[in-house]
Write a protein that binds this ligand. Structure first.
Ligand SMILES: NC(=O)c1ccc[n+]([C@@H]2O[C@H](COP(=O)([O-])OP(=O)(O)OC[C@H]3O[C@@H](n4cnc5c(N)ncnc54)[C@H](OP(=O)(O)O)[C@@H]3O)[C@@H](O)[C@H]2O)c1
Length: 281
């Protein structure tokens, strides 16, 4: 049958199969049975990631400030798999600790922590006061740091050098290139997240990998006004000619969370249709 597939039966021998060289096993991209926490998992990019992980069989805890949003997300995602929620404001150290404590009350370990919750602020340069800087940096930078710090016991609980736990920080292409809008504190915060990712990756190896995803434009509440005004223009100028889809974000999170992504740490992965990496079309 194999020879027939070459179309010249008898002239060529069937390919030898070296079992040691076979392709990837079925579970290479699996997160089945893993425990994941997704901050800001109630909408936008966090919801894309939480839904992707739940759909692939992970048990996911979503966290955000608004109890009704947490409850709606838990109800929605529980139809597809295992999802629970915690209400927490992650812009303070106390809020970060309360999330880790709440998760520890129900789980003896965490395999995947996605630090996604974030905020932005845009205004002319002379209107950027320290209150607006603090609002953005407290959540986007300190939040990522404190949440990771308080989750370390859970992340280390069952991790091994062979199967490390994962921290995935959501940065931004605005931390790589200079953004179109006047979002000084936001772009600075995302560059800080990228460097924090590398620094934590060095400190936490080999039991925990720490990588960042740097999204380009994706539909979300944060991006709604920008995409309403410039969405077509942004899509047309992107080398891949579109904005991001939920599967693009779920896909990279599944890769980084699974055995397939276990040999990456300290990386910043742009998921942006080439906007920051290749430039405008
Ligand atoms: N969308 C994009 O195109 C894009 C591009 C690059 C990077 N990103 C990054 O992706 C992440 C998600 O952005 P998004 O566009 O999906 O934003 P979004 O639609 O505004 O969602 C933000 C999420 O974070 C939660 N959140 C906000 N402040 C919080 C706080 N203090 N404590 C806990 N949770 C909080 C929100 O829920 P509550 O309001 O209930 O707290 C919500 O679930 C951010 O880090 C953002 O910088 C987004």
């Amino acid at each position: 049958m194999v020879a027939a597939a070459f179309g010249v039966s008898g002239l060529r021998s069937p390919p030898m199969i070296d079992t040691a060289q076979q392709g990837p096993s079925d579970d290479l991209f699996s997160v089945f049975g893993k425990t994941a926490v997704v901050t800001g998992g109630t909408r936008g990019i966090g919801h894309m990631i939480a839904a992707g992980l739940v759909g692939a069989g992970a048990e996911v805890v979503v966290a955000s400030r608004k109890a009704d949003a947490v409850s709606e997300t838990v109800t929605e995602l529980s139809c597809k798999g295992a999802c629970t929620g915690v209400v927490a404001d992650l812009s303070s150290e106390a809020g970060a600790r309360s999330l880790a404590d709440a998760v520890a009350a129900d789980h003896d370990h965490v395999d995947i922590l996605v630090n996604n919750a974030g905020a932005t602020w845009g205004a002319p340069l002379d209107e950027h006061d320290s209150a607006s800087w603090n609002r953005v940096l407290d959540l986007n930078v300190q939040g990522v740091f404190h949440v990771t710090k308080f989750f370390l016991p859970l992340l280390r609980a069952v991790a091994t050098a062979d199967e490390p736990s994962r921290v995935i920080n959501i940065g931004s292409i605005d931390g790589i290139h200079v953004p179109m809008l006047e979002t000084y504190s936001y772009s600075a915060s995302k560059a800080a997240v990228h460097q924090l990712t590398r620094h934590l990756a060095k400190q936490l190896a080999p039991l925990i990998t720490v990588n960042a995803v740097a999204p380009g434009p994706f539909e979300s509440k944060m991006m709604a006004a920008t995409l309403a005004s410039f969405g077509d223009q942004i899509a047309a100028s992107a080398p891949l000619r579109r904005i991001g889809r939920p599967d693009d974000m779920a896909g990279v999170a599944l890769f980084l969370s699974s055995r397939a992504g276990s040999y990456l740490t300290g990386t910043i992965i742009p998921v942006d249709g080439g906007i920051a990496t290749v430039g405008s079309a």
